[in-house]
Design a protein around this ligand. Sequence first.
Ligand SMILES: NC(=O)c1ccc[n+]([C@@H]2O[C@H](COP(=O)([O-])OP(=O)(O)OC[C@H]3O[C@@H](n4cnc5c(N)ncnc54)[C@H](OP(=O)(O)O)[C@@H]3O)[C@@H](O)[C@H]2O)c1
Length: 362
Amino acid sequence: MQQALKAAHLKRGLTSPNPWVGAVVVRDGQIVGEGATMPAGGEHAEAQALASAKSGDTLYVTLEPCTPFPGKRTRPCVEAITEAGINRVVIALLDSDPRVRGRGITLLREAGVQIEIGDGAAEAQTLLRPYLKHRETGSPYVIAKFAATLDGRIATAEGDSQWLTGEPARERAHRQRNWVDSVLVGSGTAIADDPSLTARPNGRTMARQPLRVILDGRGRLSPEARMFQEPGRTLIATSYEANSVWKARLATAGAQIVECEQSSRGLNLNQLLATLAQRGVLSVWAEGGGTVLGSLFDGDHVDEVWAFLAPSIIGGSGIAAVGGKGVTRATDALRLRESTVEMVGEDILVRGYTGAWSPQPQ
Ligand SMILES: NC(=O)c1ccc[n+]([C@@H]2O[C@H](COP(=O)([O-])OP(=O)(O)OC[C@H]3O[C@@H](n4cnc5c(N)ncnc54)[C@H](OP(=O)(O)O)[C@@H]3O)[C@@H](O)[C@H]2O)c1
């Protein structure tokens, strides 16, 4: 199962909106085949592992094998498994997709296959969090990322934020952009920083780029913005009322325009996140600024936090990492779960889950 989990990890995020799954075929105690999910529409992990093995007696797989359902593009894995003569399947995790959950196991058992569930379940669940949340809730998995000083500022009062953290922290963020489905920022950041919002691990601009999502209710972003010259798609979330000439100009620059309800608190994030999920976005890497992160935390949309803290102080009225309403009592402060702390160059990375959503118990 560890080998299957490794294979799945290498495909993390690359198979959206399908889950990234790994599988290993064993014959007489020896690994004879291995596979991992191909990009959507391609072969699944089980089919690949079985094809590479020719024959085997046991299949280890990180997620419940898929079953037939209307509109399915690939061959159901339960069929491939039974036809290959596998007599034992070890499954880390039950699928959260209601079209599959439990049915994969039932169909295999009916075909006389022995099933074991739970080996590697915790690792598989951690690896698949974006997929599991998407299928369970119809909303993408949101990771809030910011780079702040020790006094919690992400920029000076004048809006200068480049660069608070060092190269290793920025490299780490690029590696994250490299697997998520989307990178989200507010118009404040898009205008102040004119960012490209591309994944550039080790300085290399990757062929696969996350969808850029900009929250711009009043229609302020210029069609000349740098991001429109960069590889990858850009989605501008705006209000129904925003200027239609501006919308047309941004569409000509290459943006997809998505209209949402707008209130005094900004664009309706429930609506936007549901729209992103419907478009197959499983994960949102929300990079700020403080106003947008404040709204995401206030609305309980954030699932995971990546806070890079630089050993420096801005002071004055620098921009807070998380704005919004916040809480009134210190005891109500959001406390991260399963948090970890590590040094990244000279900066400190604090990570953890918010608990706004947790995977269903198995
Ligand atoms: N160090 C870091 O990690 C980091 C990261 C990002 C940014 N920054 C810095 O942060 C500063 C920008 O932050 P900011 O707080 O001023 O702006 P921001 O959060 O980037 O953008 C806020 C704007 O987004 C739009 N918006 C639309 N819907 C929203 C909603 N539901 N909730 C919140 N906002 C919504 C609003 O503008 P409309 O009314 O136009 O829709 C709002 O004013 C810049 O100086 C940038 O350099 C630092």
